[in-house]
Design a protein around this ligand. Structure first.
Ligand SMILES: Nc1nc2c(ncn2[C@@H]2O[C@H](COP(=O)(O)OP(=O)(O)OP(=O)(O)O)[C@@H](O)[C@H]2O)c(=O)[nH]1
Length: 349
């Protein structure tokens, strides 16, 4: 498998932008805006996904009073802006060009446990405004806090919200606006899965990554392969075979286990490391550690899982199926090392 194998891109996802259409600087650093009514859960989402705050501790978060801007450094640098829910950003007092002109995606959070009609009205007003000024912005609607709803009520609420948004938009003459919907909760994996899909739309290299993962799966008889951002547990790409939330959950839990073990056993402080300019040393420098690698089998399902760190920020997780991979471990090792090499060309950092 070589990088050339990956040159046949899969069909572009419906709203895949690949680059920032509105960016003046074209620096490729997307900005994600978190918007929605007060107490809908914006700060909780940002803290749980990007700062590993345990979900139950979001109960103590104070209301956001000014725009909170954060930069995330990973395989791709991006910013997350948490906008307080109490302001009307369409008001002329706000410089809407400053807020919206450089964004990659607008994440609109609707509290599914609360009265949501006003939230929908505001969302539609924002979409209509953006349609006239920045029509290519992806709007990602999180129907949030679905954990508190019964299965039936959850699907009814979700359908009702989607229907109302689409009806109001088509009444206003806007068809096919780039709006996607997700059911989310910070108490399960759904918020990570939704963010994965939001971020994937902003990765120009996505078709190449998918083609590389497809080639890897085909060459090694792998059922499903995910490329995860280690810190946020967002998956930035997967092969194009159907994805189910169950396999994502297993892989995400697997990363947690590996990170815990690495934290206990993986770091050996380097005694020769010197402090530079009197700066504080944050974390010990790792010495003698190769990339993390692990192969496990799940007792209940009989599935084999393989994990390998393939980049400073990325890890590959493969679901190998239930036949023992020992006879093809050499094949997997070889193909994964080729994949790793290809990845350094995709993300040279
Ligand atoms: N049940 C449930 N509660 C949630 C979820 N996400 C957030 N919450 C709760 O919702 C409340 C409000 O969350 P915040 O993150 O402060 O809301 P916000 O949208 O940032 O609010 P403002 O800063 O006022 O705009 C907190 O008590 C959270 O614990 C969720 O997925 N499920």
């Amino acid at each position: 498998m070589t990088l050339d194998d990956a040159d046949t891109p899969s069909p572009a996802p419906r709203f895949h932008t690949g680059k920032l259409p509105n960016s003046k600087t074209q620096d490729g650093k997307p900005r994600l805006l978190l918007m929605g009514q007060r107490r809908s859960g914006k700060s909780s989402i940002s803290n749980v996904v990007f700062h590993k705050l345990p979900p139950s501790e979001t109960l103590y978060l104070e209301t956001t009073t000014k725009i909170k801007k954060e930069s995330m450094h990973s395989f791709m640098d991006f910013q997350v802006w948490d906008l307080p829910g109490q302001f009307d950003y369409l008001d002329s007092a706000f410089d809407s060009a400053e807020i919206f002109s450089e964004i990659g995606a607008l994440v609109w959070v609707i509290d599914a446990q609360d009265e949501y009609l006003e939230a929908i009205t505001k969302l539609n007003a924002t979409i209509l405004k953006l349609q006239s000024t920045f029509p290519s912005i992806n709007v990602e609607v999180f129907v949030h806090k679905v954990d508190g709803l019964s299965d039936d009520y959850r699907s009814d609420t979700y359908r009702d919200i989607v229907q109302r948004v689409q009806d109001e938009l088509s009444d206003a003459g806007v068809e096919n606006a780039p709006v996607s919907f997700y059911q989310t909760s910070i108490y399960d994996h759904s918020i990570f899965e939704a963010f994965s899909k939001v971020i994937q739309k902003l990765i120009p290299e996505l078709p190449t990554l998918e083609a590389l993962l497809n080639a890897l799966c085909a060459n090694c008889r792998i059922e499903k392969a995910y490329l995860f951002d280690i810190v946020s547990k967002i998956y930035i790409a997967t092969d194009t075979s159907p994805t189910d939330i169950g396999s994502y959950e297993i892989c995400s839990d697997y990363i947690d286990v590996i990170i815990d073990i690495t934290e206990i056993y993986g770091k050996i402080p380097d005694p020769n490391e010197e402090f530079t300019n009197g700066a504080e040393q944050i974390g010990a420098k790792e010495v003698g550690n190769g990339p993390a690698e692990s192969l496990i089998t799940l007792e209940k399902k009989g599935n084999y899982l393989y994990l390998r760190e393939v980049h400073q920020y990325l890890t590959l997780i493969c679901i190998l199926g239930d036949d023992s991979p020992t006879d093809r471990k050499g094949l997997i090792d070889y193909n994964v090392s080729v994949f790793e090499h290809a990845l350094t060309q995709v993300f040279p950092r």
